[in-house]
Design a protein around this ligand. Sequence first.
Ligand SMILES: [Zn+2]
Length: 368
Amino acid sequence: MSLLRLPSSVRRKLEQIQRDFLWSGGNLERKPHLVRWEMVCLSKKKEGLGVKCLIILNKALLSKWNWRFANEREALWNQVIRRKYGEDRGGWSSREVREAHGVGLWKGIRMDWELLGAQISFMANVWDPLAKGGRGGWNPCFSGALNDWEVEEAERFLEHLHEKRVLGDVDDMVVWTETKSGKFLAKSLYLALEADYHVLFSSSCIWNVWVQPKISFFAWEAAWGKALTLDLVQKRGWSLANRCFMCLENEETIDHLLLHCLKTRVLWELLFTLVGVSWVLPSSVRETLLSWHGSFVGKKRKKVWRAAPLHIFWTVWKTKNRLAFKDDELSIQRLKYSFLLSLWSEAKLFIVDCPLTMVAFIDWLGSF
Ligand SMILES: [Zn+2]
């Protein structure tokens, strides 16, 4: 990965193994992959699952060699490549490798030079060392007359430039603009290359919550509308009647099941009653998570408050699966108890003086 360009056939096979690992264990034989792989590969901040995308990772790691080529000129390997392929851009890179045949090691690395070049600052011929009586000064030329709306920006640029000086007696060097230190880090290139995905979404309401990873993972699927509810099963070509296993009335969609189903409502109302707030649930899982603020509940209880919707999702999902696959009957008492137990047993793990009995815990919730 860090020396050779990953052939696309190998990449596809590796990704297949990763996908099967992630999605296996579903209840259907075909083990559907619920969220597009590109989304899974986005970092968690960008709404993904944080799995590394192999193709970007490979590019970022190979680019390290282009960086070292520019910075370690004296190294033997570097000298060999300079001799063999020639220099370009004032020695900062080798010439492009144009051999038609064969898969040269350096050819694969040099191909991605532009990735690096785009993020490096170069000093152009805008510094006049003889200006200002030999102290040196800037002499920038603009390619055309400035428009009115560009003047202010140009002024700021010149002001910024004015404070900088080019040192004539120091060797030139390349500076990596994506890190504070100016040193190249494969990770910073990886993040720069990762596709930006601008959707209003707070991943912190899923991942920065004190719950087990499997509970966060389910909330992540649900927020994407990708948990395998009956409407999605139908779309995948299975001929099943779509009737919610909980209420036996409406069609099952993720928003119905986790928010609006009459039986699920019991849990939301239980939570709001215990905490003593009135709350209007938005129409979708995604909006619910986005609007879930809890500054009013105090620091300690905030952890429980933030975890509560995820516990409701998880409890309902487990109950629904039990009803669907074990032919069980729904008991509202049991549903309520499962939810409170789930909330309490996890709260005990991260709240130091969490009440040690369920009854005391319920009281504690009410003392918001
Ligand atoms: Zn229902």
